[in-house]
Design a protein around this ligand. Structure first.
Ligand SMILES: *Cc1c(COP(=O)(O)O)cnc(C)c1O
Length: 404
């Protein structure tokens, strides 16, 4: 990190930016140049091995990327952050950086669909094997360990059941067995959970979601807590893996994410309030069979969520019994959108069983707790009463029969 600041609260860390050294601008500039001119001093620095701080070529790093990385490191409470072209670039860079042929990892069976498909169907081509278990069950994780196990991988809040995994037992196991504990924190965001404070080694964020916050940018990040991993782990990961695969973040994307970060705590606070309000409203609605929200006492990990996270998140799901009924509801919404992705200021709905998880066999989907009538909601920052009215009128198209 080039910028050292005091340990501010999240809201202040999110807003703070050092002024631009060249101009004094308090909003950061965007450097679109793909190449940077050497002078003799820079040449000597590069020859001596400096790569993190010297501008060489766009794929190897750019000034805006470093600004975003330092900014996010303060927000995550991280020792370092590496920005990537997308959330999936963060996932694959991390896994290929940590694992080699013959290695094994244990992963929760509910993860982002592309992560699951990558581990189940692509990583085996490189000799990397995964055992999928329920990582809320510490005994199941322990039973899955092999001598060649290197990594434990889970999501802070898992899509679309909003399962919450207790982190402390996994951190203890990682410490005991010398494993690397990786958490995809996308569904929570650092405004809801900072997994590094709970003993996680690497946090993955799809910054396309809450960090960007406006559905207008794709990007990702990896955040490090040094300890089980060396302090220069991300520097080496950048050079050995990310730069070689060509997955750097573009200057304008880094700039948008840096801007989004400033309002992250404010947005997410409102989004969590709206999610809680929608969850309570939906749970009381006669046409809704089940609501998945960690803030509801009916959620299987409600007590864990309460102990682990200051907020319950902005993501929820509800079940109306069948896919046609789910489709009827989401297409009747007027204020909320029916669209992919999550985390933005607009409320967005999706039918996970037949959208994000379409390529995953039905038996696996069922094991993940995904039912055909599920609707997922990413709560935005609209007025809660307008959202409740919108869902009330949309559920009204199902008639008064209730249930199936
Ligand atoms: C969206 C998402 C990703 C992938 O991020 P992209 O930015 O779309 O590549 C990874 N993990 C989770 C949990 C996600 O929601």
């Amino acid at each position: 990190m080039t910028d050292t600041t005091p340990p501010w609260s999240l809201a202040s860390a999110a807003v703070y930016q050092a002024p631009d050294a060249a101009t004094g601008a308090i909003a950061p500039p965007i450097h679109v140049s793909s190449s940077f001119q050497y002078d003799e001093a820079i040449y000597q620095e590069v020859v001596a091995g400096a790569r993190e701080t010297v501008n060489i070529y766009g794929r190897c790093g750019n000034p805006g990327e470093r600004l975003f990385q330092d900014h996010l490191a303060r927000v995550e409470g991280a020792d370092a952050v590496l920005a990537t072209a997308s959330g999936m670039a963060a996932v694959t860079t991390t896994l290929f950086g940590l694992l080699k042929q013959g290695d094994h990892l244990v992963c929760d069976w509910t993860t982002y669909s592309s992560t699951h498909e990558f581990l189940a169907h692509r990583a085996p081509d490189f000799g990397i094997e995964t055992t999928f278990v329920d990582m809320a069950d510490a005994a199941a994780v322990r039973a899955a360990l092999r001598p060649e196990t290197k990594v434990l991988y889970f999501e802070a809040i898992a899509n679309p059941t909003m399962k919450v995994v207790p982190i402390a037992p996994l951190a203890a196991l990682a410490e005991e067995r010398g494993l690397v504990l990786v958490c995809d924190n996308t569904f929570a965001s650092p405004a809801v959970l900072r997994p590094l404070e709970h003993g996680v080694d690497l946090v993955i964020e799809s910054a396309s979601k809450f960090i960007g916050g406006h559905n207008d940018v794709i990007g990702g990040a990896i955040a490090l807590r040094a300890g089980r991993l060396p302090a220069d782990f991300l520097e080496r990961l950048r050079w050995n893996t990310m730069v070689k695969w060509g997955a750097p973040i573009a200057p304008f994307s880094a700039w948008l994410l840096d801007r989004g970060l400033q309002t992250l705590p404010l947005r997410v606070e409102r989004q969590c309030e709206n999610a809680a309000g929608l969850a309570a409203f939906l749970e009381a609605h006669p046409a809704v069979e089940r609501v998945c929200y960690p803030g509801l006492p009916s959620h299987p990990q409600h007590e864990i969520a309460k102990a682990q996270m200051p907020r319950f998140g902005a993501m929820l799901a509800f079940d109306v019994g069948s896919e046609p009924r789910a489709l009827a509801v989401v297409t009747a919404l007027k204020l909320a959108s029916f669209a992919a992705s999550l985390g933005g200021v607009r409320t967005v709905t999706q039918i996970p069983g037949t959208m994000a998880f379409l390529d995953i066999p039905e038996a696996e989907r069922a094991r993940m707790g995904i039912t055909p009538g599920m609707v997922r909601i990413s709560a935005g920052i609209e007025a809660l009463e307008d959202l409740q009215q919108d869902f009330a009128q949309a559920l009204g198209v199902l008639g008064t029969g209730g249930g199936r």
